[in-house]
Design a protein around this ligand. Sequence first.
Ligand code: PRX
Length: 656
Amino acid sequence: MSQPTIESILQEKRLFPPDSDFSQNAHIKSLADYQGLYDRAKADPQQFWAELAENELHWFQKWDTVLDWQPPFVKWFVNGKINISYNCLDRHLTTWRKNKAALIWEGEPGDSRTLTYSQLHREVCQFANVLKQLGAKKGDRIGIYMPMIPEAAIAMLACARIGAPHSVVFGGFSAEALRDRLNDAEAKIVITADGGWRKDAIVPLKEQVDKALENNAVPSITDVLVVKRTNQTIQMAAGRDHWWHDLQKGVSADCSPEPMDSEDMLFVLYTSGSTGKPKGVVHTTGGYNLYSHITTKWIFDLQDTDVYWCTADVGWITGHSYIVYGPLSNGATTVMYEGAPRASNPGCFWDVIAKYGVTIFYTAPTAIRAFIKMGEHHPKSRNLSSLRLLGTVGEPINPEAWMWYQKVIGGERCPIVDTWWQTETGGIMITPLPGAIPTKPGSATLPFPGIIADVVDLEGNTVPDNEGGYLAIRHPWPGMMRTVYGDPERFRRTYWEHIPPTDGKYTYFAGDGARKDEDGYFWVMGRVDDVLNVSGHRLGTMEVESALVSHPAVAEAAVVGKPDELKGEEVVAFVTLEGTYQASEELSKELKKHVVSEIGAIARPGEIRFTDALPKTRSGKIMRRLLRNLASGQEVSGDTSTLEDRSVLDKLREGA
Ligand code: PRX
């Protein structure tokens, strides 16, 4: 099994129209309905988004301008006043949803908890008051470094309630990665847990926080809040560290939501780019609330009886938009799962579906490929008949995996939504609407209404059908990122200058290669920059290189991706050594460990190749293309005439 290739997708002709029963009850019922919405949004985007904002959300004060576009900087719903925690909680309390399950949590090992809207509201208000008591104010950044437990969602919503932007850092990141992110965001408080369960082991989260804050390495931090989860012994620094349950005791559950300006920052979330330093992607309140809300409603076709489960971690954008904000804004029941599929429990996902009667299931292709390998008997021995819709996200899905998902998990009755989007886009951009758009295995199909997507060359011209090009967006949308935190020039450079603006028109450059077929369907091929996609996680090659060269043995490092059956891509590092260091199996292991401690387990190189020199051009640039060929065992292709020293290449070949 492999990633889709140009040849395989051009041969992919299977078409799956939506089931008529599904369509009849769906929010968007037919291709004609979709087309109507799409055309209307294209003709008058401001009217389209304004109507939705008015009908779908609660505003404390209406905006006076829908869109203020000063490329590449955008404002939506200018001067509108809104609070996303109000839209996710308070407004449901005056309806029958008050006692509906908002959050169903399935924990490890065997723990579980359900919070109704009313209970979740209470906890969020109390915790918001705790934050206030610690001095947190509107605009203060708050770090969240937590396991997948209800308190993670409670913390996010409490930050949103008081207007303190959160910065969630994935619990699998190392202390070093956490420290860099907290420093960049200049966070005031960090919320964590004593430990978290990850694949049958405990991750010592508080210990990592202590390491990150050692020697006052993050001077902006005043307080650390700790949820008791795994009960292991931890150090509590007097005056700085507090137990969540201690502070929450007896605190009032009365906390009115801060009226936020539509453009006030809601959160900053770090993601990898093509430099060594992760970017703080900034999302603001009103536009993000609308975009995450409406995409969840239409793409997952949310109905009041649904039990919706997205398997992502809240440390990623998928967790923000499609575990917490989108589902709760719609008054849905959202499932949160602390575990992960692993050899010791290969059926755990299917058990969760059967236990709670999950109707909508959203996961990543890498997980699907792992399940295929584990064998059909696991899902087949569970009752998955509650499922009615399936989704995938994070990387291209190969048609074989799509077909397996459709047949074995979906019982050939569930539509599949293959959703293309990014941390930067805030919500899903290219996707089927399940009652309306016929699907083709491996294609994310068509753009969401209001999204003007295209495949272009580097001048911004649309390329002909079925020719490869760069995925680009032509018009601003409410969920788009506003800037790179603290670095607006990087925002401009990274997303808006690869395709030079013409006639004052700016085009958003997504960093993905794609093609569009004769039906206008998009086929996303993967990154075109130095960003890898390992098991659906974004990883900058330069980040891994910086981690490697920070080890005393390493003189130079070049990191490339190699296609991998399960993970999509695997990290391969070419390394030259300092002076007296000798290549050895032991050193290879040590370097892998070093990368894990610098970044986290998601960055662990699958392979380290020691070499005397790296192939470079005469101007000293590493020729990664050649390394990519070598890593994947292919013949070195293309022009090698700019190579400074051909013998380097010959040696690398011999070494392989
Ligand atoms: O390369 C694309 C891939 O994931 C990248 C975005 O990564 P991140 O910001 O971490 O967000 C992941 C979850 C939204 C994209 O640039 N990607 C995401 N979804 C798809 C995809 N590639 C192909 N098909 C998808 N459905």
